[in-house]
Structure formats: structure tokens, C-alpha cells
Design a protein around this ligand. Structure first.
Ligand code: NDP
Length: 526
């Protein structure tokens, strides 16, 4: 007998359950996500790449999943000339192009969603345009029941962040002037380009917003397998007793891409791999692996523990930088059999560029749990394969029992797979069936997609919904951002002041520069 149609949390009809949902016992009893607070979202930079490819599809998907409240409105804010109507048409075109199959904008749901979209054509330097924004927000409160709640999302180049924040204050759009509801701000990465600029941006932010109003986004933290690191550690008893210097030999954290810099040459040639990936994404992964169990799942309890990890990492002395780091830059090569351009030949890049497209570091977390355990971090572009993962390598066995066998006995490793595969794998040694004692490595492999019968939602969906709910757990607190900059600054200083004459030092499509293997000979192959 067909089951009764389900209603979503906002009362609309839910799509029929898939076979996977009906049959998978792992999904039984899982409740729908909590609906977000009513609010207006103001998208600064609504004509840009991030909005069309990520943010708009994420909002539309939240609408489809019933997580957006009925009291919702979206205001685009940028210089490109749109009217409300032409911006709605633009949004529909972008969703036609970027929303996943099966969620294209159509029907009654789209019509209602489209009505809640409007646009302010604005120069970020004109106070009058922010006053117009204020008027529109008040109108939305009346029309859509958004109750004075405002979420400002900065999806513009970071150079204009301070100007926008200052204008919000001058137009009376700051939290202190909002007597009716909440006012929050989401700030895209990068938060500063070095320690000095990050502190300057923070001074501007805190003149207008309290820390509990600020959502510094690192979309890596919204990925399900990243969130699952905590569940793996703290919802199981078997890992935690061995999660320390007594059992762990080393930790490798990799975030590798096979793509190059695409059309972001101007940005990337002023940033490099250390700023672009290690200072934020990769260090945040390290914090989740190394942190102590928080006292609760409360945002600040978790962020306190992450802060303590960063406090325990000594920033390297300038004279030690070359021994604890490796850098690389890709030259021409091949990716999947196709020719790939070298970095210095990419548009927007200086032909003599000294900027690294690969960075690797060895850090140590100087505390009771981790003293003496090296943490190796690497990230790069145009490598052999796209892969993000954490590899925890355990200590070798203390005594070899299989004396007559010459088989190598590999240490156990636990692999947390983040991208493109999502899951957890444990390598252990097993006896090959037969009369002889041959030992081989085998894997126990859990994959989220097959395990739970669905793939995790894109990170931006989760993060936008959390910001609308006021949950800061997956957003980075200022004290951690500041410490992360302090950790990488000596490396940035030394690298910027010493040209690497071997650049380019790895062909596109390979395992990275040889210097990375001097730092650590047994990186897991990409
Ligand atoms: P784009 O250059 O594509 O878009 C920038 C947006 O800001 C446009 O809407 C532009 O619109 C507006 N803008 C730019 N300069 C000004 C200005 N002086 N005054 C007013 N408006 C301006 O950038 P992205 O969308 O790629 O990136 C936006 C932010 O998101 C950046 O901080 C980036 O680091 C971050 N980010 C982007 C990712 C991506 O995949 N694209 C991934 C992770 C982070 P208009 O010209 O119409 O005003």
C-alpha cells in the first residue's frame, strides 16, 4: 500500500521517499533538519561567481528541502545593473545551469521563491544605496514576515569588506541599531592576507559587530566527512584510547587538487598554496584531529578546544623554516592524458612568479597528548589526483611473530576520506589463506554514499542554514584565525624573501616536488 505523503517542516509536501530512504535501516528515525529563523539575506556580490555557483543553488536546495522558513527574502546587492525582475530572471538562468538535476527552478515553489528575491543596484561607497537597502529590509519585514532578522553575506573581493561594514554602521544597519531582530554577518575567506591585515580587518569588524554576530566561513568545515571527524572520535570508544602519542606515529593531512588555478591567476599569484589552503582549511582539519573532547557540543565548547590546539603549535623560528617546509610550483605536464599549461604560463601570473602552488609543512602540537608526534600537512594544485584526506599512522608492532616470513608488516593506518570519496578506512594486516604465514595489508572501508544511501549535501547548504539558525559551531572564531596566521607567518616571510630557483619543480599531474619527499618520504600516494 502506498504510504501517506509526508509534509515538510514548513507544511509543504515533501518529495516521495527514494528507494534508498525506504530500504536503508541506517536512515530509520532520522528527523528532518531544523527549520531556520525567518530572515532576509543580503548578498553583497550577488552578480559574482560564488553566488551563482554555490550560494544561490544552496538557498534553492534549502527551499526544496523545507529548511528555509516561509518568512524569507533574498536581496542581491552589487554594481551590475539589474532590476528586481531581471535579477530574478538571472537567478533562474543560473539555477538552470548550476542546480543539480532534479532540482531545476519550476512550478509553484519556484514562483513563490522568485517573489521573495529583489535587487539593489549599488555602489559600495554610496551611503544612499545602503539607506535604500535599509528601506527594502523594512519592506521585507512587512511583506514576508522576516521579523527584523538580517543576515549580511559578504561575497565580494576582500578589499571591499571594510567599506561595506563601515557603511552598514553608518546606515544604521548594525546589530546595536536593530531593536526588532538579530543582525549577523557572514564573511567569506580569506580573512586577511597576513597577520597584520587580518588584525586590521578584525578591528573594523568589531567596531560594528560582536563576535557572536560574526560567521567567518571556511566551507571545508561544512563538509560532512569533516564534521564526522568529531563523531568518529567522540561517539566511539575504540579510537579515543589510542588517539595519542603512545599509539600514533604520525598524522598526514592532504588537500590535493588536479585542477590548476583556472581563471583566478590575479588572485592566486598574490596568495599561493599556504595562504589559500593551509592557513585555513588544512589547519582546521588538524584542529579537529588533535583537539581534546569538548565538554559539550556547544559552539564555544568546541571552538575553545580548537583554539587550544592552535595555542599548542609553536610558530616556527625563521631559521627552522627550510627544514620543516617544502614548496613547489607546477610546470607544464599532463592531466588525464591531456596537456596542462605550466603555472607561469597561466593568464594573470607573472612569468617569473615565485609563488608556490604546492606547500607542505611539518608541525608539532606541544601538549601532553601529542608531544613528539609529527603532523604533516600538504596542499597543492595540478597534482596527480583530487584528494582530501587525513591519514593517522599508528606505531609499528613491538615484536615480530612471523619470523620465517619476509613479508613487510605495515603499520595500521586510519584514513578519513573527505574528497572525492567520503568515508573512513582502516588498514590492518591479515594472513593470506594457505599453509604458509604470508601477511598482507587489507582495508575495512566505510563509504558514506553507500552506507547511508545518499550523498552529503553541499557544504554551503549546511553553513547557510546554520548562520540563519545562529549556530556558530562550524564557523571560525577570531582567536583561532589570529593564531592560524601566527603559525604560518614565519613560513610566508621566509618564502617571500627567498626566491626558489628550482621553480617550476614539479610537472603538472604528478605527486608534487621532490622536496616534499625529503620532508616525508612516505606520503600516501595521490
Ligand atoms: P567575483 O569576482 O566573481 O564576484 C565579486 C562580486 O563582488 C561581484 O558581484 C561584483 O559585482 C562585486 N564587486 C566587486 N568589486 C566591487 C566593488 N568595488 N564594489 C562593489 N561591488 C563589487 O568573486 P567570487 O564570487 O569568486 O568571490 C567572492 C568572495 O568569495 C571572495 O572573497 C572569494 O575569496 C570568496 N570565495 C569564492 C569562491 C569561489 O568559488 N568563487 C570559493 C571560496 C571563497 P559587481 O561588479 O556587479 O559589483
Amino acid at each position: 500500500m502506498p504510504s501517506k505523503p509526508r509534509r515538510m517542516i514548513d507544511g509543504t509536501l515533501a518529495p516521495a521517499a527514494t528507494d534508498g530512504e525506504r530500504q536503508n535501516p541506517l536512515r530509520a528515525g532520522i528527523e528532518s533538519d531544523r527549520i531556520s529563523d525567518p530572515c532576509s539575506i543580503v548578498l553583497f556580490g550577488a552578480s559574482g561567481d560564488l553566488f551563482k555557483r554555490m550560494l544561490l543553488p544552496a538557498l534553492w536546495s534549502l527551499r526544496l528541502r523545507g529548511i528555509l522558513p516561509s518568512g524569507f527574502a533574498l536581496i542581491g546587492f552589487a554594481r551590475t545593473k539589474y532590476t528586481d525582475d531581471s535579477f530574478r530572471t538571472y537567478c533562474k538562468e543560473q539555477l538552470d545551469a548550476f542546480a543539480p538535476d532534479g532540482s531545476k527552478p519550476q512550478g509553484e515553489l519556484w514562483d513563490t521563491f522568485a517573489q521573495s528575491i529583489s535587487y539593489v543596484c549599488a555602489d559600495f561607497k554610496q551611503l544612499a544605496h545602503f539607506q535604500e537597502l535599509k528601506r527594502r529590509l523594512a519592506e521585507n519585514d512587512e511583506r514576508f514576515g522576516t521579523r527584523g532578522n538580517r543576515l549580511f553575506y559578504l561575497a565580494t573581493p576582500p578589499s571591499v569588506f571594510p567599506g561595506i561594514i563601515d557603511m552598514l554602521r553608518r546606515a544604521g544597519l548594525d546589530p546595536r541599531s536593530n531593536e526588532q531582530g538579530w543582525t549577523r554577518i557572514v564573511i567569506e575567506k580569506p580573512f586577511g592576507t597576513d597577520l597584520t591585515s587580518a588584525r586590521a580587518l578584525q578591528r573594523t569588524v568589531q567596531r560594528v559587530f560582536g563576535e557572536h554576530d560574526v560567521y567567518r566561513i571556511d566551507h571545508y568545515l561544512g563538509k560532512e566527512p569533516v564534521q564526522d571527524i568529531m563523531a568518529l572520535r567522540f561517539a566511539n570508544t575504540i579510537f579515543e584510547p589510542i588517539w595519542n602519542r603512545n599509539y600514533v606515529q604520525s598524522v598526514q593531512i592532504t588537500s590535493a587538487e588536479s585542477i590548476g588555478i583556472e581563471d583566478r591567476g590575479n588572485y592566486y599569484d598574490n596568495a599561493g598554496a599556504l595562504r589559500d589552503m593551509i592557513q585555513n582549511h588544512v589547519l582546521n582539519l588538524l584542529a579537529l584531529i588533535a583537539m581534546e573532547p569538548p565538554a559539550s557540543s556547544d559552539a564555544d565548547a568546541i571552538r575553545n578546544e580548537k583554539f587550544k590546539v592552535f595555542s599548542a603549535i609553536a610558530s616556527p623560528r625563521h631559521e627552522d623554516v627550510m627544514n620543516m617546509s617544502a614548496r613547489g610550483q607546477y610546470g607544464p605536464g599532463k592531466i588525464d592524458g591531456a596537456k596542462a599549461t605550466g603555472y607561469r604560463q597561466e593568464p594573470g601570473v607573472s612569468p617569473q612568479s615565485n609563488v608556490e602552488t604546492f606547500a607542505a609543512l611539518r608541525l608539532s602540537v606541544e601538549n601532553w597528548r601529542w608531544a613528539g608526534v609529527p603532523f604533516y600537512l600538504r596542499s597543492g594544485k595540478r597534482l596527480a589526483r583530487k584528494v582530501s584526506e587525513v591519514v593517522v599512522t599508528f606505531k609499528p608492532i613491538p615484536h615480530r611473530l612471523y619470523g620465517e616470513s619476509t613479508d613487510a608488516i605495515e603499520p595500521n593506518i586510519l584514513v578519513v576520506k573527505i574528497e572525492p570519496d567520503e568515508g573512513v578506512a582502516l588498514r590492518f594486516e591479515a594472513k593470506v589463506p594457505g599453509p604458509k604465514s604470508h601477511i598482507r595489508s587489507v582495508f575495512m572501508d566505510f563509504n558514506y554514499g553507500t552506507g547511508f544511501g545518499f550523498h552529503s549535501p553541499p557544504a554551503y547548504e549546511r553553513l547557510l542554514a546554520d548562520a540563519m539558525r545562529g549556530d556558530q559551531t562550524l564557523f571560525t572564531r577570531w582567536d583561532a584565525v589570529e593564531l592560524a596566521w601566527e603559525i604560518v607567518m614565519p613560513v610566508l616571510d621566509v618564502w617571500e624573501n627567498t626566491k626558489d630557483f628550482s621553480f617550476p619543480n614539479y610537472p603538472a599531474g604528478t605527486q608534487g616536488p621532490q622536496t616534499a619527499f625529503t620532508l616525508l618520504p612516505d606520503w600516501r600516494a595521490l
